[in-house]
Ligand binder design. Structure first.
Ligand code: 13P
Length: 336
């Protein structure tokens, strides 16, 4: 695929009914996922698992981009083909997570995502390696006095600095300000925190002269904390999420690809579907799911190559369901 500019890449990534597979778990995070299925995390086991996803039939027609961790972008499949080529053959573009994780702000519970040091050089290499887009994730927690405006502004400024550097290297930045669903907070608290983050993010992007038409937003949906007794219905999630986005996100942004954030597979699909059924949005609304696309596949795989087909089947099913949700055409009876 040849693109002449980042706006074309961004539009390709959010084409109707397509979304992202987030397979960019850092080595410690994929280690935790493998622990849960009693599988040792080694370079080869990580390769085998990711290769099975990238070769699943559900990649075709449903996935436009795969977010990778550094190791995977450089890794070869068992037959020697680069994994990034396995991905490209399905029509999806390879992308790369470029942040370096979080560290505490002033010994508080709040965190700032780092990775700007040396980013210019890393982007130059990733561009040469064929990455077409990148991801940077900022994380905000909700409690009585969190997130603080200081935490929000520091993280949103870092996201804007990252986005500027990435665009200078002809890649599309995915900007991910994640308000966590951990805790007992209300949906209103999530709404307020998300609204403040998006507001700060888009003013920082504008101050840095980031091209919004060549940028993709990866936000959380508006949800009550996962330990709150007052959970919202799918249609309430859609109403509040749409309102928050319409108030804060400029219409020229090509697309919004939600993170799943710890929602169940079905909730992540049903909420995206409710958003698209609602309509009235100037941007594409799609998925960029990690856990909600992979949980079922991991459980089916259990670290054994004998289960490759079952794992591919489980992943392909979720990819197909989320494609339908991105089109507002999912129904519950399509689930098994
Ligand atoms: P989840 O969908 O599991 O939240 O992961 C998405 C992601 O890429 C987080 O950065």
């Amino acid at each position: 695929m040849n693109f002449t500019n980042i706006e074309e890449i961004a539009n390709y990534l959010v084409a109707d009914g397509k979304g992202f597979l987030a397979a960019d778990e850092s080595t410690p995070t994929i280690g935790k996922r493998f622990d849960a299925i009693n599988t040792e995390s080694t370079e080869n086991s990580r390769r085998d698992y990711r290769e099975l996803l990238f070769r699943a039939s559900g990649m075709n027609e449903n996935i436009s981009g795969v977010i990778l961790f550094d190791e995977t972008l450089r890794q070869s499949a068992a037959d020697g083909t680069f994994l990034k080529e396995v991905i490209s053959k399905t029509g999806a573009l390879p992308g790369i997570k470029v942040d370096k994780g979080v560290s505490p702000i002033n010994d508080s519970e709040e965190v700032l995502t780092g990775g700007l040091d040396g980013l210019e050089k890393r982007c130059s290499e990733y561009e040469d390696l064929g990455a077409k887009f990148t991801k940077w994730r900022a994380v905000m927690k909700i409690s009585n006095d969190m997130p603080s405006q200081e935490c929000i502004d520091a993280n949103m400024q870092a996201l804007a600095n990252y986005a500027r550097i990435v665009q200078d290297h002809n890649m599309v930045p995915i900007v991910e300000p994640e308000v966590l669903m951990d805790g007992e907070h209300s949906a209103e608290s999530c709404y307020d925190a998300t609204s403040k983050c998006l507001n700060s993010l888009f003013s920082n992007l504008s101050a840095n002269e980031v091209n919004i038409k060549g940028t993709i937003l990866k936000p959380n949906m508006i949800l009550a904390g996962q330990d709150s007794p007052a959970q919202l219905s799918h249609s309430e999630v859609a109403d509040l999420t749409m309102k928050c986005l319409l108030e804060n996100v400029p219409p020229e942004l090509p697309g919004i690809a939600f993170l799943s954030g710890g929602q169940s597979d079905i909730d992540a699909t049903a909420n995206l579907d409710a958003l698209n059924k609602k309509g009235g949005n100037p941007w594409k609304l799609t998925f960029s799911y990690g856990r909600a696309l992979q949980q079922a596949a991991l459980k089916a795989w259990l670290g054994s190559n004998e289960n490759t087909l079952a794992a591919q089947e489980a992943f392909s099913h979720r990819a197909e369901m989320n494609k339908l949700a991105a089109l507002g055409k999912w129904t519950r009876d399509l689930e098994r």
